[in-house]
Design a protein around this ligand. Structure first.
Ligand code: SF4
Length: 466
């Protein structure tokens, strides 16, 4: 939707390009948002913008937002307030809100912050140039209508030169009763295997060594794509995609996130075990240890099924790392049900758990339910949960001591220039000397065997072996 032209922008499109305006993107939330921001940065650079040194120097400020919980939403408004003030003295400044909060609030955001030039939902990330050209013509633009996400040929401006995010499916068709994602990211849209193959191939040619395939519910990949085998099996599944891109030379490691226990198949586990580039790292949110809570969450599996998945993974890959997401103090959650969640965490021994107390979100069924729990219960349960998560992660981490782990060097250690940092195949951050025993300097992209000698709850250190 386009609002009538205004007189506030005094610098012409040509002038701003000549002056090489600068941009600043601040990203909130998940990996999908980070991948979208990298693509939007690529679009801005393609338009002639350069990255600003800091937010308050930029001629264009884009907040790529999250609304998964209330605190994520509130954070954005404090940033916006500062920039809206700035705009009063800098009329040519362009202010953009993208991502899930933009989709959720839409027009209301323009009313709340009239200084905004563009409010665009996640499905419009690829259309940033088109939308910005409408702004350049003096319009205030709202882009939140349902949109088919076309393949985007922009070269994303990626943070890393070694590890890359690759979107494979956008949106989600599930209806978890607490989740805002389906209403802000829309229906599932899988990219074609050929488009994904082409992107990964070009990444390999640029020297990337590791890719992470992304989707809100990645195991649902391909269910909106045509193709049923003569045996009636769905083709173009995530497992098929993994086999397809596994052959690309130059890529050493493949990861994928985020999984859903309802669609996590034995065939996928077996494939991860058989294909050497597939890393032994699984992110499978379980959300609650109680089946009745899982039912009211609309998750579509039982905790017994979840445990069978973990058992199957560990029967083939005993040292695989398993991480998860969990929500406590969901409406109606009793002390006994909460205890079941704590028991599962102790029983499974996760490498990492992203924890949260239930936060009612707009347009979600659970937000209207009467049995909401008080804030103090939420805080109390979250604190207890976090201490158990840290204790089990530390215990689980002990298995690395004295072991030799293959580390993909990603960068120098920002806190110690004599060290480099990278991750194990199980996604554990590891620090070690930047110089090999024979005096060679390690560089990003190197795969180095490191003997682990120090354990911390969420990272490791060790000695590189020649
Ligand atoms: S699977 Fe559920 S929790 Fe995950 S994005 Fe979809 S609706 Fe949200």
């Amino acid at each position: 939707m386009i609002k009538t032209p205004s007189t506030q922008n005094t610098i012409t499109p040509a002038e701003s390009k000549a002056k090489q305006d600068s941009y600043w993107i601040k990203t909130f939330g998940c990996q999908m948002n980070k991948a979208d921001s990298e693509r939007m940065a690529g679009i801005l650079q393609g338009m002639g913008y350069r990255e600003a040194n800091n937010e308050l120097d930029a001629d264009l400020v884009l907040y790529n937002t999250c609304t998964i919980r209330d605190n994520a939403e509130q954070k954005v408004y404090s940033y916006l307030g500062r920039q809206a003030k700035r705009k009063h003295s800098l009329p040519h400044l362009k202010l953009i809100v993208a991502g899930c909060l933009a989709q959720q609030e839409g027009e209301a955001l323009l009313r709340r912050v009239p200084e905004l030039d563009l409010v665009m939902g996640p499905q419009h990330a690829n259309r940033l140039e088109t939308l910005l050209n409408q702004v350049e013509n003096g319009n205030q633009v709202l882009a939140t209508e349902e949109n088919h996400i076309f393949e985007d040929l922009t070269t994303a401006r990626r943070e890393s030169k070694i590890c890359a995010w690759v979107n494979v499916i956008y949106g989600c068709n599930e209806r978890c009763s607490y989740c805002v994602v389906p209403s802000v990211r829309g229906k599932e849209q899988s990219r074609s295997p050929e488009a994904i193959y082409k992107e990964v191939e070009s990444l390999a040619s640029l020297g990337y060594k590791e890719i992470t395939l992304l989707g809100q519910n990645i195991d649902a990949y391909g269910r909106d794509l045509p193709g049923i085998s003569p045996q009636g099996r769905r083709e173009n599944t995530l497992t098929d995609l993994l086999h397809f891109i596994h052959e690309i030379k130059g890529i050493e490691r493949i990861r994928f996130a985020t999984s859903h226990p309802r669609y996590f198949t034995e065939r996928l586990i077996d494939t991860c075990f058989k294909l050497p580039k597939l890393c032994e790292h699984f992110h499978i949110p379980f959300q609650s240890g109680d089946n009745n809570i899982l039912k009211s969450m609309g998750r579509g599996y039982t905790i017994e099924r979840y445990k069978r998945i973990v058992d199957r993974i560990r029967s083939l890959m005993p040292d695989a790392s398993i991480s998860a997401d969990v929500i406590v103090a969901f409406p109606g959650e009793t002390t006994e049900q909460f205890q079941k969640t704590l028991n599962i965490i102790k029983e499974i021994g996760f490498d990492l758990v992203n924890t949260a107390a239930y936060s009612p979100r707009p347009n979600t069924p659970a937000s209207t339910w009467p049995n909401q729990l008080p804030e103090e219960i939420k805080i109390e349960r979250l604190l207890e949960l976090n201490s158990i998560v840290e204790a089990t992660a530390k215990k689980r981490n002990a298995r690395y001591l004295n072991k030799i782990e293959e580390i993909l060097v990603e960068n120098s250690n920002p806190k110690n220039e004599k060290q480099v940092m990278g991750r194990t195949r199980t996604n554990r951050l590891t620090f070690f000397s930047a110089i090999s025993p024979k005096g060679l300097q390690y560089k990003p992209g190197d795969l180095i065997n490191v003997q682990i000698n120090t354990i911390r709850p969420f990272s490791l250190s060790g000695n590189p072996l020649e």
